[in-house]
Design a protein around this ligand. Sequence first.
Ligand SMILES: Cc1cc2nc3c(=O)[nH]c(=O)nc-3n(C[C@H](O)[C@H](O)[C@H](O)COP(=O)(O)O)c2cc1C
Length: 327
Amino acid sequence: MRHNRLLMVAPMMDWTDRHCRYFHRLLAPSAWLYTEMVTTGALLHGDVPRHLAFDRSEHPLALQLGGSDPDDLARCCQLAAQWGYDEINLNVGCPSDRVQRGAFGACLMREPELVRDCLIAMREASTVPVSIKSRIGVDELDSWAFFENFYRIVAGSGVQRVIVHARKAWLQGLSPKQNREIPELDYARVYRLKTEFPQFEVIINGGITSVAQIEPHLQNVDGVMIGRAAYQTPWMLTACERLLGAAGHRPERDQILQQMIDYACRQQAEGVPVRHIGRHLLGLYHGQPGGKQWRRQMSECLQNHAAGPESWRRQWQQPGSLSAEVA
Ligand SMILES: Cc1cc2nc3c(=O)[nH]c(=O)nc-3n(C[C@H](O)[C@H](O)[C@H](O)COP(=O)(O)O)c2cc1C
């Protein structure tokens, strides 16, 4: 059964840069794509084109902001509107020490009034829709009552799209990586959010690694956001697209690789090091005969600065590459 529901690829620092998003767009033409988190400081005092430039094919595309100063966030939203983003998302889920020192990310769950005020300032700054991505709790604040109160206050901002990573964040003692694995997933709490706040468009995130897992979520919420699995096993996005977007979407891996080679050649001509692009493709043949060998060869190729994108295909076609793996 197909659904009128949303598919999203999660914001991931160091991973979902513009080259990665270009790749994901080929795999999932209708998915919403999210940038890596950009802090308000980086945007207001740094290199704006470096942070905000993207390819037109990336639409629909959301910019994720990290910050907690309503005025700064509002100014960033104006920039995002000028650059043509389709949505601006506030990060209320990142647990890293650096983010905590900046007093934003997951620690903002302790300050729902401030989150509301940030979202109001962001919504007033432009006509671009604003969304929030949060956890279900933080540290000892881990009950339904806490979560419900947080969103009752946040609802006062008029925000509509709510993305929830269905586990709480431990702000002391766990690394960001552990914080994506150790606290338990609680999907039921996200489902309940949709029941009690039907005005929200609720997107569930966390631990989705296969298309089969998506169906039950779609009975309860408005969409799914996929993070690590989309990056590590990107071909799953084509099956997600068939479920949630274009039913007839059946590209071939070799065809996608060729499109990425063409893209990398164009980017190289503009001075982009091709390893910045090729690194996102390492999982393309995951699970396929010869896939491990291709990944290895591709990694070596990316170390060799003299090798151009054409060699990505040549690596794949080397005689024996399939038989070695199958044997
Ligand atoms: C390498 C990496 C970087 C991440 N960076 C961000 C980020 O910038 N902003 C954010 O909201 N979440 C970030 N996350 C969390 C993901 O968006 C997502 O919420 C989390 O990985 C759970 O989803 P998953 O189980 O599908 O991976 C990151 C996750 C990873 C693995």
